[in-house]
Design a protein around this ligand. Structure first.
Ligand SMILES: [Zn+2]
Length: 438
């Protein structure tokens, strides 16, 4: 400390001023090094060295003396000497101290791994590396950020899968959260760019073109206790939790069901599922959330009419406007049967447009019961899936859809698990439970 201050004083005297930033960084660095030296002594303290230790395979492993291991801690690199045991039965070596310190098979302390998970979930792995250098004074590679963030995300996903497995067996834990009057589930899909190997044999959006993306299914659960002054639905603050993955609709259905249960879905006074018109969404709603009010996002329904209008009256904006006004009025009033009838009255000459119009009429007919907007509004319910759409941008887009990013399904799912966990305010719980289990 005194040597350090001497250097600073000499510098000050020479230049006549104090460069605070240079000094604070220098002091932090020195403090880290002093701390690392203390930690090194602490971790290499002499301890009892039994002749045998139990190997993971169940057999006894024999003491082989001390072995050195270097780990990166919040204070910088630390070398430790610890007892090493080798199993003659399965030929695996291990150190009981590594297990105790939660550094088995990794070269990063739990504190540093937590930092790596946080920066890796927020930014590109290289930006994470930069942040760790600036904010924590730690030197790591971008690859290390990637590996550790992915490893923790994968571990979170494994915990979630265990919970999903229990939910499947109907072995569900009691829910202690207070029941909210209205529970919402929203789901949506969003495309994430992936590496070539992940799209082999999959058709792209354009016919004959290979796919470059895979669909992430994202779901959210949130509650509503009141409406605002004008009896519009309001979401309970920080009540939203997210789940998502690149996976089949069946797997995703169980994932969302488990999350809904965890949040107290079965005790809600009113249950609502909102989505766009995608068939998989309503299949899952029927299967896992029977009895819930189903609502097709009003803005998606309107979008369907806009697209049809453009096709029907490409050159005639005035007619299109008149036609649209009739359609939108019927949609907003929930008079879907009248809307379908109106659409069936169209007889466009172009067979392709006629086919398109018939499909659209069928879309509205199929979803009529999910489009009674005045009735939903009268109950003070949301009629849009804005929460999950915003989720697609913040949870997925902001991290996984930046230019130049191409994901493996495994890597994307690990980071999605990590982001869902953090944005659902579950990260601290996960971390606490994890060290309890260790
Ligand atoms: Zn063994």
């Amino acid at each position: 400390m005194s040597r350090l201050l001497q250097v600073v004083f000499i510098g000050c005297r020479k230049s006549g001023q104090l460069d605070l930033e240079a000094v604070e960084m220098l002091v932090r660095d020195s403090m880290h090094r002093a701390g690392a030296a203390a930690l090194e002594r602490l971790l290499s303290m002499p301890s009892a060295q039994p002749e045998d230790a139990t190997c993971g395979c169940g057999h006894a492993a024999q003491h082989q003396g001390k072995r050195a291991k270097q780990i990166l801690t919040a204070l910088g690199p630390v070398r430790m000497e610890r007892s090493y045991y080798l199993c003659r039965h399965c030929h695996h070596g291990h150190s009981p101290l590594d297990r105790e310190l939660d550094v088995e098979g990794v070269a990063y302390s739990p504190g540093v791994r937590r930092m790596l998970a946080v920066v890796g979930s927020e930014h590109s792995f290289d930006q994470g590396r930069e942040q760790l250098k600036l904010l924590a004074g730690l030197e790591v590679t971008a690859k290390a950020v990637e590996r550790q963030a992915e490893a923790i995300g994968t571990e979170m996903e494994a915990c979630e899968q265990a919970e999903i497995g229990r939910a499947k067996q109907l072995d569900l834990p009691a829910v202690c959260e207070a029941a909210a009057p209205v529970f919402y589930i929203e789901m949506d899909g969003t495309a994430v760019p992936v590496v070539k190997a992940e799209t082999e044999g999959r058709a792209g959006k354009l016919e004959g073109q290979p796919a470059h993306t895979r669909e992430v299914k994202l779901g959210c659960v949130f509650t509503q206790t009141t409406t605002d002054g004008e009896s519009r639905a309001t979401r309970d603050e920080s009540s939203t939790s997210y789940v998502g993955a690149i996976e089949t609709a069946a797997a995703f259905g169980l994932r969302l069901y488990t999350e809904a249960w965890r949040r107290g879905w079965n005790r809600a006074q009113k249950k609502v599922v909102i989505g766009d018109g995608a068939v998989w969404i309503w299949n899952l709603a029927d299967q896992h959330f029977p009895g819930a009010t189903q609502i097709v996002d009003l803005f998606h329904a309107r979008q369907h009419l806009w697209e049809l209008g453009v096709r029907l009256f490409p050159q005639n904006p005035k007619r299109r406007k008149r036609w649209m006004a009739v359609c939108l009025d019927r949609l907003d009033k929930g008079k879907i049967e009248a809307l379908v009838k109106f659409l069936h009255q169209l007889h466009p000459a172009d067979p392709e447009i006629a086919k398109f119009a018939t499909n659209e009429a069928e879309y509205f007919a199929r979803n009529a019961g999910r489009m009674r907007y005045p009735a939903f509004r009268a109950q003070g319910l949301f009629v849009g899936s804005g929460v999950v759409e915003a989720g697609c941008k913040t949870v997925i887009g902001a991290r996984l859809k930046r230019s130049g990013m191409f994901w493996t399904v495994h890597g994307a799912n690990a980071i999605i698990a990590l982001r869902c966990c953090r944005l659902s305010h579950k990260f601290e719980d996960y971390w606490a439970n994890r060290s309890k289990a260790a």
